[in-house]
Design a protein around this ligand. Sequence first.
Ligand code: CMC
Length: 392
Amino acid sequence: TGLVTVDPGFMNTASCSSEITYIDGDNGILRYRGYPIEQLAQQSTFLEVAHLLIHGELPNADQLASLNNRVSRHMHLHEGMKAFLNAFPRDAHPMAVLSGALSALSTFYPESVGRGDYEIELATVQLLAKTATVISYLQRRGRGGDLIEPRRGGHYVDEFLRIAFSDGSGEVDIDPEVRRAVDLLLILHADHEQNCSTSTVRIVGSSQANIYASVAAGVTALSGPLHGGANEAALRMFDQIKESGDTVEQFVAKVKDKAEGARLMGFGHRVYKSYDPRGAVVKGVADTVLEKLGGDNQTFDMAKRLEEIALSDEYFIERKLYPNVDFYTGLLYSAIGFPHTMFTPLFALGRMPGWIAHYREMMHDPRTKIGRPRQIYTGVVERDYVPMEDRE
Ligand code: CMC
């Protein structure tokens, strides 16, 4: 079987080739299908980017309208799905509910389960639509509200925010700048090539598991604090620094000491060895949005100070640790009105088009084989069974 070498964390092993996303980690470059992230963040909308990632090209006006319509028509949830969501405690972590919900969706929409073009296209629309509904419902439920029906024909982000934040009347006044910020955050999260969750989606899908099961596994991978869970962990870290009474300098010293295993959450990246271009965009909009919403400027100032200290410190310079996308996003989500536990579900909503695009690319790649890494066995070579009475 040839030479097997161990590569923990796949630091140097490519699992596939892909045409979807390009990253140059040394120079802080991120492009979706060749388009720079900065241009997409500034000029496009989330569904446009979803079309770009999934189908390879920016949609023309008709294609975008059609995607919008199809997604909007599928935002409602089956009564059984609502019962499923209502069965969890109101304070259940939404990432746990979300992965269960995405897997469960396949049972309500069997006509979209399969690997044919029709099924995959329908599942794509169902997942884009229903992930938004599930997450906005969970936000609503967490605040003690009852579920409300999605409306057809609305703009994706508007409808998401309406379900999440409207009062009993079903109406809510969303500031256009907030809506734009949410659109932009979703775009920034839409894909990031072979990260932990996307690789999980591909490896699960490589067994020919259906797309719902595969993206549900992606959600569970995303939930960890070293991956998508870092946005929630970063805000908790800011809170802890404030509560501890430590100065920012004292906290950074603890991180460098590694004594309590503390890391600067929202810092560092496997691929970026320079400023994460997504982090730069988020930091740029945070100023305006926090100003507009009267957000937590004290925490924002503290985060900026943490960044400043870290970027001029030998420990972080040597290891090329810069803020990543998760460092500032929590501050924005918080200012918009999302509790800490909703930050990672928002990341999942953004990442959905990327997971779908990778599942589809993998499915159509004739070189795809079931993901099955090797290992090097280091245990006992062979020994005879020991009867119970002879064991120590
Ligand atoms: N704070 C302090 N030290 C760090 C940090 C950090 N955030 N990140 C890495 N290091 C140190 C690490 O201790 C190691 O030091 P040494 O060489 O002395 O042992 C060195 O830098 C290399 O770290 P690593 O853990 O080998 O790097 P990795 O590529 O395996 O891990 C990472 C990448 C993102 C998991 C890691 O940087 C980290 O844990 N960051 C904090 C969590 C975080 O913000 N995750 C979000 C990533 S971006 C969005 C996403 O993917 O969801």
